[in-house]
Design a protein around this ligand. Structure first.
Ligand SMILES: NC(=O)c1ccc[n+]([C@@H]2O[C@H](COP(=O)([O-])OP(=O)(O)OC[C@H]3O[C@@H](n4cnc5c(N)ncnc54)[C@H](O)[C@@H]3O)[C@@H](O)[C@H]2O)c1
Length: 358
C-alpha cells in the first residue's frame, strides 16, 4: 500500500475529489498532498475542502521541476492538465503543451527519482477525430446511436474500445494526452515504472467548475438552476450528440480499486467511462435538468460547427470490467441530482464562477 500519495492538479475537479476520498478512506494511514497552480478558475474554492479532509496543499506548477522538489510520494495520481479539447486553437498551444506534456515529463522524473507508482488520467480524446466521425450511427428521436456494423475495428453499439485505430489527428489536447501515455509506457520499460492509464470519457459531478469549453454537464445543470439560455451547437443544432458520463463517485471507486490492486493492474491501459447506460444526448440532458430543477430555459439551435467536435462517444469498458471488479453504478438522475444539490447548497459562493460561462 502507498502511505504517501501526491495528487497533481489536486485542487481541480477530479484531483480534489480523489485526494479527499483517499485521505478519508485509505485502508492504511496515508499522507495525501495536493499540488496545483490554481490556474483553473474556481479551484481555489476546493482548498477549504482539502484542508478539512487533512490533505496537505502545495501551491506549485508541474511546468517547473523545482516545484516538485522535496516531495517523496509512493504513488502519484496525475490529474493536472489543461483539460479542454479546444485548448490551443485560439492562439498559442504553449500552455497546453508545457502543462500537459512537459508537465508529464516532470511528473515522470519525480516518479523515477522516488520510485513512485503512477495513475495517469488520460482521455477518450486520444482517439482520432476523423475516425470517430466516420462511424456508422442511426439518428433516433432524441439521440444518435452507434450501429453494430462499423467500418473500423474496436467499435460496436457498446462503444469505443481500446483497440480502436489511433492514426490521425485527435486535437491538440488529445495529442498531449496520447504523447504522455507513450512517455509513461517508455518510463515503464526503461526504468521499471509501474503505471496504470485510464482513458476517461466525460467525467461529471459536484465541484466541477464549468467553462463554456469544458464541463458540459455541470454547465447544463447550472444554466437550468440559474435560468440562463443555452445553445445546441453543431450537428445541425439538433442536440442529439451523445457522450457517456462517468460520475466522480464511480471514478473514485475505480481509483481506490486500482490502488488496492496495483500490482495486478499495473501496465494496463483502460477505457473508463459511464458506458452505454451512462450516456446521454444534450436533448436528454436537458430533459433530466428540467425534471430536477423544474426550470425550463430557452435553448437555441446553432448551425455553427465546433472544432474537434464529434457526434457520439461512448466508452466500451469491457476490458476494465474483465480485469477489475468495477462497473459504474450511479444513475444519470442521481449524478445530475448530486450536481444540483451541490449548487443549491453553495448557491451564493458558486454563483459568479458557475454563471461566468453562461
Ligand atoms: N473532466 C473531464 O471530463 C475529463 C475527461 C477525461 C480526462 N480528464 C482528465 O482528468 C484530469 C483532471 O481533469 P479535471 O476535470 O479535474 O480538470 P480541472 O481543470 O478541474 O483540474 C485540473 C487542475 O490542474 C491544475 N493545473 C493546470 N495546469 C497546471 C500546472 N501547470 N501545474 C499545476 N496544476 C495545474 C488546474 O488549476 C486545475 O485545478 C485531467 O488530466 C484531464 O485531462 C478529465
Amino acid at each position: 500500500m502507498h502511505s504517501r500519495i501526491l495528487v497533481t492538479g489536486g485542487a481541480g475537479f477530479v484531483g480534489s475529489s480523489l485526494a479527499i476520498s483517499m485521505a478519508q478512506h485509505a485502508s492504511v494511514p496515508t499522507k495525501v498532498t495536493a499540488l496545483d497552480n490554481l490556474k483553473r478558475r474556481g479551484s481555489e474554492m476546493n482548498l477549504p475542502r482539502l484542508a478539512g479532509a487533512g490533505v496537505e496543499f502545495r501551491h506549485g506548477d508541474i511546468r517547473c521541476p523545482e516545484d516538485l522538489t522535496g516531495l517523496e510520494p509512493g504513488l502519484i495520481v496525475d490529474c493536472s492538465a489543461e483539460p479542454s479539447v479546444l485548448a490551443g486553437y485560439d492562439g498559442s498551444p504553449q500552455y497546453l503543451i508545457r502543462s500537459n506534456l512537459e508537465g508529464t515529463f516532470h511528473t515522470l522524473e519525480l516518479a523515477r527519482r522516488t520510485r513512485a507508482d503512477l495513475i495517469f488520467l488520460s482521455t477518450s480524446r486520444v482517439y482520432p477525430i476523423a475516425a470517430l466521425n466516420s462511424l456508422a450511427f442511426a439518428e433516433e428521436p432524441t439521440r444518435f446511436r452507434l450501429l453494430d456494423n462499423q467500418p473500423l475495428t474496436g467499435v460496436s453499439s457498446q462503444g469505443i474500445g481500446e483497440t480502436f485505430p489511433l492514426e490521425g489527428a485527435r486535437s491538440l489536447y488529445g495529442m498531449t494526452k496520447l504523447a504522455s501515455e507513450l512517455m509513461v509506457q517508455e518510463y515503464a520499460d526503461a526504468y521499471g515504472l509501474r503505471a496504470i492509464i485510464n482513458r476517461c470519457g466525460l467525467i461529471a459531478g459536484p465541484w466541477q467548475m464549468p467553462r463554456s469549453d469544458q464541463g458540459v454537464v455541470a454547465l447544463w445543470v447550472a444554466a437550468h438552476y440559474f435560468r440562463r439560455p443555452l445553445r445546441y451547437i453543431g450537428f445541425g443544432g439538433s442536440g442529439k450528440q451523445v457522450r457517456d458520463m462517468l460520475s466522480i463517485a464511480d471514478l473514485t471507486g475505480l481509483i481506490h480499486h486500482q490502488i488496492e490492486n496495483f500490482t495486478r493492474l499495473q501496465g494496463g491501459v483502460f477505457n473508463a467511462g459511464g458506458g452505454l447506460p451512462g450516456s446521454a444526448s444534450l436533448r436528454e440532458l436537458t430533459d433530466l435538468c428540467r425534471e430536477i430543477t423544474s426550470n425550463v430555459v430557452p435553448i437555441e439551435p446553432s448551425s455553427e460547427d465546433r472544432r474537434a467536435d464529434i457526434p457520439i462517444y461512448i466508452s466500451d469498458c469491457r476490458r476494465l470490467a474483465s480485469v477489475a471488479s468495477w462497473a459504474p453504478s450511479q444513475s444519470k438522475l442521481a449524478l445530475l441530482s448530486s450536481i444540483h444539490e451541490w449548487i443549491r447548497t453553495n448557491e451564493r459562493s458558486l454563483a459568479s464562477v458557475l454563471t461566468a460561462s453562461l
